[in-house]
Design a binder for this molecule. Structure first.
Ligand code: MOS
Length: 722
């Protein structure tokens, strides 16, 4: 039986009365041992019988057409099996949101490094040699690669509220700044990989993917086969951060070659190919305007930006997303320009929008506080939005003010010395703060739960990209059904399982978890009927069911198995209520007086994410986000060759992500004890992308506090400080 749950139905806080004691704890990942011992098989770990190897060939021109591929140029390589190219292979990576399919089967080259062919051989080494040596001839076309000078710029109607001129005109203080952010890459530890195996007319694709249901449709579409013929499995994924939302060229190429050769084909991207051929986060240029009265009440807030993408690509980094609802102002203005150019296509990279937008808003707030001589904490507290300023929706739960106040107390914000007065030897010390905000969404999601006398099995096509899905779904099912964790088996990421939205947009845990919750709730109701008690009076703990005066073991109650499939969806609540995660960041930095080097000494983040499902994995997500925010503020930058647009720093030696030596030992992330009744049946909100939102601003504001340098572009490398 399937029943639909919509958020407009009344919500019992069932998880507050269950007794298993699993939910919210810091339970370790059940699959953790498999991962750390190397027993967990990631996509590329599969080598089916007869499997051969493919290597992608990348375009060496920015724009144009492939006119000839000379297969004879590599004919001498032993074990060479084929070169696959032509319309089927010249494709852009897909963004991966159902409905929009930028997989374009054409013969054109759109960016330098675009995959244009696949060389397949008996060994990896032979395929690699072939891919490096293959002679390709191009007809080049002129290309624009600089977003600042792009001749094709698209702009939408601005999104506005109130009378801008009036609000701006009567202000006592105004900030009008331009902020620039460099492009980013997801830099997942596991490179993109696919193993394609045809069984007759049916394809089994083992991939490194975030959304297997969508990926299956994309792959079927790219191959021109019915989706029913395609099965995608992705049980272990070594990080995604947006880069594995959509099907990539490795999966399409492996599938086509495997069909043609009648043998399984494995394609693993080299790290340099991941940089070239997988979506980047766009660089941005942002104009942020704030105007306030003498008391610090915001009168006007504008956040306009310019981003870039390939012509025709649908994705546009939602830079000002959180600026629309974090603070309230009488007049607001949001406009975006998309410069069309021929850099690697841009797409979702962790916290699309907030990662680069929130840092700008929060630096501007710091500047406004300075102008008005108001404590940055107080300025924010005066302006926290109480309903969504642009839509008028009520917030389900909005605890930004509590995060700011309590975070400040824990950090010791009130006790900090005056700006520019602290030093230790050649190091100038300063403190900064910022707010965090990111929209939260419940996406339609289904799960099947089966209860047997021995335990429960959970099945959904949801992925675990290192985020902790196996753990939290184990906890939810165990909590609801009164089972210890070791008696719950969670099976994920098989497109044959009930459909989930997958991992993305910080919606995965709450959406797939809600489906598991509702399926388990259905099983509880069946058990209550069998036991003859009201479902509200049913207590399940450690395999024992109690209700009224009756007490029986699950083994006794269940004949065979009790199964339930549930689907949850957002319903009307998503229209009437705005849902978002909130938080506050505090940072202490040291800036070297002579070299301009910035060392982060302390970071503290406090977040409102509704109910915490697993303290350990939630904290891991929040810390990871905070650290990425730091890396973005200080280190990360895609460098494009000004002649070709080609990404010049295509490896993790030249593209520096924060390493252990960059991260302060004193870094904490914590959560307010909150329930959001309007978010979903578990009262939880997303956490994955909230931590990055604003964290870099706390650091830049601390740099200003330390040495007076107001940095308006990231990464804030030492040359910008001195
Ligand atoms: Mo995320 S950037 O939606 O994986």
């Amino acid at each position: 039986m399937t029943f639909d749950f919509k958020m407009d139905q009344p919500q019992p806080r069932l998880l507050d009365s269950t007794r298993q004691g699993l939910i919210g704890t810091d339970m370790a990942r059940p699959e953790g041992l498999l991962k750390v011992t190397g027993a967990a098989a990631y996509a590329a770990d599969h080598l089916p019988e007869g499997c051969v190897h493919g290597m992608l060939v990348r375009a060496t021109v920015t724009r144009g057409r492939v006119t000839a591929i000379d297969e004879g140029s590599i004919g001498d390589i032993p074990g060479l099996l084929g070169v696959f190219h032509g319309p089927k292979f010249i494709r852009n990576p897909a963004q991966g949101m159902a409905g929009e399919s930028p997989i374009r089967p054409d013969t054109e080259v759109h960016f330098h490094g675009q995959p244009i062919a696949l060389v397949v051989a008996e060994t990896f080494e032979a395929a690699r040699e072939g891919a490096l040596r293959l002679a390709v001839t191009y007809e080049s076309a002129p290309a624009e690669v600089d977003p600042e000078t792009a001749s094709e710029v698209e702009s939408d109607e601005p999104d506005t509220r109130g009378d801008w001129d009036d609000a701006w005109g009567k202000a006592a203080a105004r900030v009008d700044l331009t902020f620039r952010t460099a492009g980013h890459v997801s830099a997942a530890m596991e490179p993109h990989a696919a193993v394609a195996e045809w069984q007759g007319e049916n394809l089994l694709l083992r991939g490194a993917l975030q959304m297997v249901a969508t990926n299956r449709l994309e792959l079927a579409d790219a191959l021109g086969v019915e989706p029913e013929r395609v099965r995608v499995v992705s049980p272990f994924v070594g990080g995604g951060f947006g880069s594995k939302l959509g099907i990539g060229p490795e999966a399409v190429a492996a599938s086509v070659a495997a069909r043609d050769l009648g043998r399984p084909v494995r394609v693993v991207m080299a790290r340099q190919t991941v940089f070239d051929a997988v979506l980047r986060r766009t660089e941005t240029r942002q104009r942020l305007r704030l105007a306030a009265d003498a008391d610090g009440k915001l009168l006007a807030l504008a956040h306009d930006d310019r981003i870039s993408n390939l012509p025709g690509e649908g994705f546009a980094e939602p830079v000002s997303s959180a600026s629309r609802f974090t603070y309230d102002a009488l007049a607001m203005h949001f406009a975006q320009e998309v410069a069309r150019n021929h850099r690697t296509p841009s797409g979702s990279v962790r916290a699309p929008g907030e990662a680069v937008g929130m840092i700008t808003l929060e630096v501007a707030m710091d500047m406004l506080a300075q102008l008005l001589d108001i404590d940055p904490l107080d300025l924010r507290l005066k302006n926290v939005a109480t309903s969504h300023p642009m839509t008028g929706q009520a917030f389900g739960e909005q605890r930004l003010a509590d995060c700011l106040t309590e975070g400040a107390r824990r950090f010791g914000w009130a006790d900090r010395p005056a700006p520019g007065t602290r030093s230790e030897g050649d190091w100038l010390i300063g403190a900064g703060m910022a707010a965090a905000a990111r929209p939260n969404a419940l996406q339609e999601s289904s799960a099947r739960v089966r209860l047997t006398p021995w335990g429960a099995v959970v099945e959904t096509d949801m992925t675990d990209i290192g985020t902790g899905t196996y753990a939290i779904l184990t906890q939810i099912a165990g909590e609801m059904l009164g089972l210890p964790a070791e008696r719950v088996e969670v099976r994920l990421a098989d497109s044959d399982f009930p459909r989930s939205p997958g991992s993305g947009g910080s919606f995965g845990a709450s959406s797939s978890g809600s489906a598991v919750f509702m399926a388990a709730k259905g099983i509880r109701e069946k058990l209550a009927r069998t036991l003859g008690c009201d479902p509200d009076d049913l207590a399940l703990q450690d395999g024992i069911a109690r209700g009224g005066n009756v007490e029986r073991s699950l083994a006794d109650l269940i004949d065979g198995e009790l199964g339930e499939t549930a689907t949850v969806g957002p319903g009307k609540t998503a229209e009437t209520h705005a849902s978002a995660g909130f938080g506050a960041h505090f940072a202490e930095v040291a800036v070297h007086r002579w070299t301009g080097e910035i060392r982060v000494r302390r970071m503290l983040g406090l977040f409102d994410i509704g109910r915490v499902l697993n303290e350990r994995t939630a904290r891991g997500q929040a810390l990871g986000g905070m650290i990425w925010g730091m890396g973005g503020a200080l280190h990360e930058a895609l460098e494009h060759d000004p002649r070709t647009g080609h990404i010049a720093n295509r490896d993790l030696a030249n593209y520096h992500v924060a390493a252990h030596a960059d991260v302060p030992g004193d870094i904490t992330a914590d959560f307010l004890p909150v329930r959001d009744d309007h978010a979903n049946p578990m009262q939880s909100k997303g956490v994955g992308e909230l931590g990055i939102s604003g964290s870099g601003a706390a650091i830049l504001n601390a740099v200003h506090d330390a040495c007076g340098a107001r940095l308006l572009s990231i990464p804030a490398t030492p040359d910008k400080v001195i």
